[in-house]
Design a binder for this molecule. Structure first.
Ligand SMILES: [Zn+2]
Length: 451
């Protein structure tokens, strides 16, 4: 039986879905005002692995992840670039999905946009005001966390200590420093929607509570996100649901941070500037393997050195996959291996243990092929395929050589780089990427390969 660490309970607990056989999940998506960074890549991969595993284990999963398309950062970016907020959103949302496709993250079942839900958010805010747990000031509408008995549940702190720790803002109208904005009255020329409190826009915490309850219903199963979202974002989402008399998420899952090392060091090592950079300059599957080799609640180090290491490990899996292609495919996957795999994954997604098993199964299968035990090799190879599909690791299955003409383009790019003709080098890189290749810069020059 699946057990998972619930942030609200602060411990590993058995997972009991709202409806047998079905899992409803909401994962906070990006605010689209810049290229996706490595932290975005981590939470997307962590929850993609969890979703795929649950599907593999037989659950019917509804996966909702939002796009925040109105927010102060988007407005600031639009002003900076002298364009409309719509243009900012269109540009960076497109880049978001491009990055998700590049790292093999499945599209959500639903991807609600905040601006499509403003009316429902206004209705929720009016309801909370009617209950006396929200109030209007000259710049917006605020929520009163003190009205919620167990506020601080996700922060794992008492409301008193949160009050003491809160930054004291220069705002005489807020009744407590931990009160948060449900509605922000707009300044001239800012995007605005009508409301009983004048034109304005919803606060971020209101968006997710409305969209998750609308699309998944009360008492949905899992609410997820990076650990930095547990407080205040998730705490405040939950407070609004509880305050309006509705059951919210049954389980809360939070993933750990991404470490990129010391900044100076990361520059000298040519580390990645963002997720697209990683996807273009290394095997994007290496990030998934890195994520799988760490527990989702632990930090993970994403640097050129760690992705190179993961790429080497992937090459081993690919070599096996190509070798195993010759084995009979009508043999049942090895059951003992799959039971062991499931026991790791059901233990709060112990993916490092599951990956250890994957690699040792590859070793065993290679030995069986060497010894001519085709039946055993085929059963183990079947288990390897099952485990990879359960966590979304795609292995190579063909070994077609790369055409000479494309190798020539790579050589041309190296010559251009040597001559410091960066424009030509970039154009050739783009051309090869457009052909579907992954480029790696090695000491001996550009290496191209299929993803
Ligand atoms: Zn959210």
């Amino acid at each position: 039986m699946l057990q998972l660490f619930d942030t609200a309970q602060g411990k590993v607990v058995p997972f009991e879905p709202r409806e047998p056989g079905k899992v409803s999940m909401y994962v906070c998506g990006p605010t689209v005002y810049g290229p996706p960074h490595l932290g975005h890549g981590r939470f997307s991969l962590v929850f993609d692995v969890i979703r795929r595993y649950l599907e593999w284990a037989g659950y019917e999963v509804t996966y909702v992840s939002n796009i925040t398309d109105i927010d102060d950062n988007i407005i600031n970016k639009a002003n900076e670039d002298g364009i409309g907020t719509d243009e900012v959103v269109a540009r960076y949302e497109a880049l978001w999905w491009e990055a998700m496709d590049a790292i093999g993250v499945k599209r959500p079942t639903r991807d609600p946009h905040a601006t499509a839900y403003v009316e429902q958010m206004v209705a929720l805010i009016a309801d909370l005001m009617g209950r006396g747990i929200a109030y209007e000031t000259s710049d917006g509408v605020y929520f009163t966390p003190a009205a919620i008995d167990d506020y601080g549940l996700l922060a794992r702190q008492s409301i008193e200590s949160l009050q003491v720790g809160a930054r004291v803002e220069v705002d005489d109208e807020k009744r407590s420093p931990i009160d948060f904005a449900l509605w922000k009255k707009s300044k001239p020329d800012e995007p605005a929607w009508p409301s009983p409190w004048g034109p304005g826009r919803p606060g971020w915490h209101t968006e997710c509570v409305v969209m998750s309850l609308d699309l998944l219903g009360e008492g949905f199963d899992i609410h997820g996100g990076g650990q930095d979202l547990a407080f205040p974002h998730h705490e405040n989402e939950r407070a609004q649901a509880v305050g309006s008399g509705r059951a919210f998420a049954r389980y809360w899952l939070h993933n750990g941070f991404v470490m990129v090392g010391d900044e100076k060091m990361s520059k000298s090592l040519g580390n990645f500037t963002n997720l697209m950079d990683l996807a273009h300059s290394t095997d994007p599957r290496s990030y998934r393997l890195l994520v799988l080799r760490s527990h989702y609640r632990s930090p993970v180090e994403v640097t050129r050195a760690t992705t190179d290491d993961a790429s080497e490990a992937l090459a081993r899996l690919d070599r096996f996959s190509l070798r195993a292609a010759a084995l009979p495919s009508d043999v049942e996957p090895d059951e003992t291996t799959l039971v062991e795999f499931q026991s790791y994954m059901d233990d709060d997604f112990q993916t490092p243990g599951a990956m250890g098993l994957l690699f040792s199964t590859v070793t065993e299968a290679n030995k069986a092929i060497d010894a001519g035990d085709i039946e055993l090799a085929a059963a183990l190879a079947g288990a390897v395929r099952e485990m990879c599909s359960a966590v979304g690791l795609e292995l190579r299955t063909d070994d077609e050589p790369i055409p000479e003409a494309d190798l020539a383009l790579a050589a041309e790019r190296d010559a251009a780089r040597k001559a410091k003709d960066w424009a030509t080098a970039d154009r050739l890189r783009d051309e090869l990427v457009a052909k579907g290749y992954v480029l790696e810069d090695s000491a001996s020059g550009t290496v191209i390969r299929r993803p």
